[in-house]
Design a protein around this ligand. Structure first.
Ligand code: ATP
Ligand code: MG
Length: 427
């Protein structure tokens, strides 16, 4: 499994190269993987790579932080260096000085440390002048991910505004310091609630899982269908779904986002980036990124929510290490479905809801991208599942025998097509 970056965690993103047929597959080796704002010609350069594990170091943009450049100008310089349009360079996001952020975190004190990813460390802090608790992500200057992601993150989140996307409050681009300031998400990431739970921590219940899935799908729908230009996220995974009060999910980390194909194009060609286990096989093989690449990743997250298993789990026997590889043969027969559900739910789930959720996930992770549903259909189906509350205490709610959705009498008419499709063999 690919595991790069400095973190101890296993689900860090990286450049994903040719595990299969690595000598013959051409990859895009360029710094031009970014195109929020405009397309980047360098993206189309292709080169054969023999190194299947390297994270691209963005060497040619690293040294831009020049002395004597004002903080406001520094982002503009980053943008220019990356050949992006300087449109929307953070009009909604404010700039902070390094001193302000240092003050906010008690000089990045270890007890403010929240976690660490490929970009760098994340700290909790309080911005006094805003009277707001925030999460501050500090670019690791020796890290593999870098200024390009910083800029794309600022540009994407400055253009975006949706309750299921994390809010960027501001940034600091002072000298060679790069920091991002986000709204603080009190419940951390979905990964923290799904995998490797400390003893005594309660697993998420079925309704919360469906709520998180539906909210994450709505965030993705906003990126795909409402943003102008539309955006492919490219980094959907449990650690990038952050949770607010009451488990309201928000997508985070837009450093890999790409503007989707325009006109009659079906894909954008790019270096393959992402996280093993979540990356669509068609994209990994060809470098052709489509909206359906995100749908695949979403299907993996949904499968994690249902099964409680990790996208990649090296502690399992080899054939079961990849979640989709484990699930595919089981998807073929619905009698397997109850065996797939997270055992920590202890049987507390609605049978029909389980079948439908698994069927949606199976559609999303199909090998052929054209067979995967569009995000609006996934949203309709999951909104329906999330609103069909399961009550484990209801006398009629033995999960095995009796699906315990609270149904309105005209629910049948309200069921979205994707849900009806999943029910066709379920009678
Ligand atoms: N806005 C936030 N509010 C609260 N906690 C956060 C916030 N952003 C990040 N974190 C915490 O910091 C951790 C590290 O986040 P980060 O996005 O840097 O890494 P990652 O998602 O684990 O890996 P990757 O670099 O591949 O995205 C998260 O798992 C989360 O626990
Ligand atoms: Mg992340």
């Amino acid at each position: 499994m690919g595991c790069f970056g400095r973190s101890r965690k296993s689900s860090k993103r990286s450049e994903i190269n040719k595990e299969v047929n690595k000598d013959t597959v051409k990859i895009k080796k360029t710094i031009g993987g970014t195109s929020v704002g405009k397309s980047d010609k360098k993206d189309d350069q292709t080169q054969t790579s023999s190194d299947s594990t390297k994270v691209s170091p963005y060497r040619d943009v690293k040294d831009e932080g020049g002395g004597g450049v004002g903080k406001e100008d520094q982002l503009a310089l980053d943008v220019k260096g990356l050949n992006l349009n300087d449109q929307a360079t953070g009009k909604k996001a404010q700039t902070f000085t390094f001193q302000e952020l240092s003050l906010a975190t008690g000089n990045f004190r270890s007890d403010c440390f929240l976690g660490e990813g490929g970009f760098g460390k994340v700290f909790k802090g309080t911005i006094e002048k805003l009277d707001q608790v925030v999460a501050i992500k500090q670019l690791d200057r020796n890290g593999a991910q870098g200024i390009r992601e910083f800029v794309v993150e600022v540009l994407t989140l400055s253009l975006a505004d949706h309750p299921n996307l994390v809010k960027l409050i501001g940034f600091c681009a002072e000298g060679d310091q790069r920091l991002l300031v986000y709204e603080y998400m009190p419940l951390g990431s979905l990964e923290d609630h799904l995998h490797d739970l400390p003893s005594g921590k309660k697993p998420l219940d079925w309704n919360t899982r469906m709520k998180i899935a539906a909210g994450a799908a709505r965030g993705l729908e906003y990126l795909h269908d409402r943003m102008k230009p539309p955006v492919i996220y490219r980094d959907l995974k449990c650690s990038n779904i952050l949770l607010g009060e009451d488990y309201q999910p928000k997508l985070s980390d837009f450093g890999l986002a790409k503007v989707g194909p325009s006109g009659d194009k079906t894909h954008v060609s790019t270096r393959v980036m992402g996280t093993y286990g979540y990356c669509a096989p068609d994209y990994a093989m060809t470098g052709q990124l489509t909206f359906k690449s995100d749908i695949y990743s979403f299907g993996v997250v949904l499968l994690e929510l249902i099964t409680g298993r990790k996208a990649i789990d090296n502690t399992r026997v080899r054939k079961d290490q990849n979640l989709v590889g484990w699930a595919r043969p089981l998807f073929k027969d619905r009698r397997n479905f109850p065996k797939m559900v997270d055992p920590t739910l202890q049987g507390q789930y609605p049978v029909r809801g389980l079948y439908q959720a698994l069927a949606i996930s199976a559609m999303c992770v199909q090998e052929q991208p054209g067979m995967r549903p569009v995000v609006s259909d996934v949203v309709l189906a999951l909104n329906f599942l999330a609103s069909s509350k399961y009550d484990p205490n209801s006398p009629s709610s033995s999960s095995r025998r009796n699906p315990s959705f609270h149904k309105d009498k005209d629910d049948d008419d309200k069921r979205p097509n994707l849900v009806k499709e999943t029910e066709s063999e379920d009678q």
